[in-house]
Structure formats: structure tokens, C-alpha cells
Design a protein around this ligand. Structure first.
Ligand code: SF4
Length: 104
């Protein structure tokens, strides 16, 4: 069965300040927006439901900001592991340390 790929922006949090970044394109942010854990669970269920109807398997590109800086990032990783949904991380690579990569 083929995959259906979702690009999923879970947070605007990032400790870099790239000039080209759309997050900063409109000026300073008073507060970074990020998705709640409850909403993330709903998104996963919606992706699974959509893929069941479409005859596809879900695949997630998880992005931000830096998704690792989301306070519920590791909980999300556990949920995806249990759900057996493959994923790739996109965004700021500066927190992909050896320990983080091993844990992933
Ligand atoms: S690392 Fe990515 S998210 Fe962070 S400021 Fe740069 S472009 Fe934006």
C-alpha cells in the first residue's frame, strides 16, 4: 500500500533567527504558537481515518520551528511509535545530538 504524506507544523518555537524564516517575516512574535497535546492526538486520529478511507498509509513530516522544542515532543514520539506511523523530522537540526538521535 502506498503512503499519503502529511507535513505537520507542531510549533513555531525555534532558537535560531534565520533571515529567510517565514515565522519572523512579520516581525517579532509576542509568543510562539504551538499545538496542544490534545490537538496532536486528534490530528493523528484524523490522519489515520483519512488514510483508511483513501486506502493509504500515513507518513508524517513533522516540522516547526524546531519540533524537538515542543514540550510534548517525546510524548508525541511515543504515540507515533505505538501507532506505528513512520515520520521524518524537518526543521532546525541544531538539537539533533547523538543522545537525541539515539533516543529517536
Ligand atoms: S531554523 Fe528554521 S524555523 Fe528556525 S529560524 Fe531558521 S528557518 Fe526558521
Amino acid at each position: 500500500m502506498e503512503y499519503f504524506v502529511f507535513q505537520w507544523h507542531i510549533t513555531e518555537a525555534c532558537d535560531q533567527r534565520c533571515r529567510h524564516c517565514y515565522i519572523y517575516a512579520l516581525g517579532s512574535h509576542a509568543k510562539f504558537k504551538e499545538m496542544s497535546l490534545e490537538d496532536m492526538v486528534t490530528v493523528i486520529e484524523n490522519c489515520k481515518t483519512f488514510c483508511e478511507k483513501a486506502g493509504r498509509l500515513p507518513y508524517l513530516y513533522i516540522t516547526g520551528g524546531d519540533p524537538i522544542l515542543h514540550p510534548n515532543f517525546w510524548t508525541l514520539m511515543k504515540i507515533l511509535k505505538v501507532s506505528e506511523i513512520p515520520f521524518a523530522l524537518m526543521g532546525n537540526p541544531f538539537h539533533l545530538t547523538e543522545d537525541v538521535c539515539r533516543r529517536l
